[in-house]
Design a protein around this ligand. Structure first.
Ligand SMILES: [Zn+2]
Length: 468
């Protein structure tokens, strides 16, 4: 990048760049400082105090707002092209930039992405219609496709998804094979960790109570998560390889991850905003919209998740964005088992962490940077191109008005689903501008970038930010 600046230097007597954002609170890896950044060809070329910033074609005065690297949402079900009634690459990516997310990691659910052909198809589709950068998981892993791990890693897909529970349950034998391959070729295996045997037996006890939404949570006790995580860690201890626990929700689950790390197992984890905001008793009030897996937990669990996030026991916050048409929720109003499991989330991660975290003193800005941007970048092998403000990094960033209050309503949401679990909530701390590789993608409520701007991001084999 310095060469670009140097050549500009030669042409003009003064350095000129494409874009300067000045007068910001810059959230750097080393801490927060006052100043600005300069951008040439979509890359950050200068980070400096205001008086040292060059002239630019476009200058934005951030007026003392926070400027941090764009978020990397490492768990989003966009479902394109198999479930277009839920979300498309365009609608999902618009929701992303409207929430300060500049890269998302799509995760398969109903559609298998486990061959080079499927990968190339997904890359082409995303680059055609996504407004922001993306990469994606391969999965669901099974007894046939685990042999494809080396070739997929080679192509830049180094994240693999498996389940301990139905309907996508992966056998322990396959988990051993996957983690062994990952140990050799790099990447990581993410497991949705709930023990199916526990779920089966506890579901029987709910007979006659399925009209109460909370039954969904009571049928999936904490022990199901704890046992599955413990078993997955035991497998990783034998095979080596990086194990990632998807959306931890319980105090016991966090403890298992921490114990695993103390044993020297390469294990990381993530948490979802909805588990940080709501708790189990909210389900009867919120109705079927609040159904997701794993389910909402107790107040005690919620407190344990915040605490784990603050001390670094949880590595990142991900949306688990999995919206659906409202009818698929409403059909569970008499029997919660009939409702779709999953909620919106990609547009509200940052708002929630600002409102419930930063502005309630449950999080520091340095943790916010790690859990939203830097850690996912490292885990997915995108670092330091993404997830940090650095010379040479992509100019992906979000400007946040830390004091602005905003009421969440369905009509401000870019997701195709047309509803939000957070309806009516007042959030303090709002993303006001988002840039993707130097191009303005979102400004004061409007998405300002066209479909097709998004680029596939090949993963490296990843770094392991254990406990940072
Ligand atoms: Zn998910």
């Amino acid at each position: 990048m310095s060469s670009t600046v140097t050549s500009t230097f030669r042409k003009h007597s003064r350095v000129t760049v494409d874009l300067v954002v000045k007068n910001a609170k810059l959230l750097l890896e080393s801490g927060m400082t006052h100043g600005g950044i300069g951008v040439v060809d979509g890359k950050i070329v200068i980070i400096a105090r205001n008086e040292h910033l060059p002239e630019a074609e476009t200058v934005i005065d951030a007026e003392g707002k926070v400027l941090m690297p764009g978020l990397i949402d490492a768990h989003a079900h966009i479902h394109d092209p198999t479930m277009l009634e839920h979300e498309t690459f365009t609608t999902g990516s618009k929701a992303a930039v409207a929430g300060g997310v500049t890269t998302f990691v799509d995760m398969p659910l109903t559609n298998q992405v486990d061959t080079i052909g499927a990968v190339e198809e997904k890359i082409a589709r995303g680059e055609e219609i996504s407004v922001t950068d993306f990469t994606f998981y391969a999965g669901m892993m099974n007894s046939e496709n685990h042999v494809a791990i080396p070739v997929l890693v080679e192509r830049g897909i180094a994240a693999f998804k498996a389940f301990n529970s139905a309907p996508y349950q992966t056998s322990n034998g396959v988990l051993v094979k996957c983690l062994s391959a990952i140990s050799e070729y790099g990447g990581h295996l993410t497991i949705h960790s709930e023990d199916q045997g526990i779920l089966d037996e506890f579901s029987k006890e709910m007979e006659g109570d399925w009209d109460a939404p909370i039954s969904h949570s009571l049928a999936r006790p904490n022990l199901a998560e704890q046992l599955a995580i413990r078993q997955n860690i035991d497998i990783a201890a034998q095979t080596g390889g990086h194990l990632h626990i998807a959306h931890v929700t319980t105090k016991e689950g966090v403890q298992e991850v921490e114990r695993g790390r103390l044993r020297g197992v390469m294990v990381t984890t993530e948490v979802c905003p909805h588990h940080l905001v709501f708790y189990r008793d909210d389900m009867n009030r919120l109705g079927p919209k609040s159904k997701m897996n794993p389910p909402l937990r107790t107040r005690e669990d919620r407190a344990a998740l915040w605490s784990a996030l603050l001390r670094g026991a949880i590595d990142m916050v991900v949306s688990d964005h999995a919206p659906c048409p409202i009818e698929m929720k409403e059909r569970g109003s008499e029997d919660i088992r009939e409702a779709w499991s999953g909620v919106d989330g990609i547009q509200t991660i940052l708002r929630i962490l600002m409102s419930e975290g930063i502005n309630k003193a449950r999080l520091s800005y340095s943790r916010l940077l790690r859990i939203c941007s830097r850690n996912p970048s490292r885990i997915f092998g995108l670092y330091p191109k993404k997830g940090v403000l650095r010379i040479g990094a992509d100019a992906d960033f979000v400007i946040i008005d830390q004091n602005k209050e905003e009421k969440i309503t369905a009509d401000m949401m870019e997701s195709k689903c047309g509803w939000t679990l957070y309806e009516g909530m007042i959030m303090k701390g709002v993303p006001v501008m988002t840039f993707v590789r130097g191009v303005q993608a979102f400004k004061e409520g409007q998405v300002t970038v066209k479909p097709g701007h998004g680029r596939f991001q090949a993963m490296g084999s990843g770094e392991k930010p254990l406990g940072e």
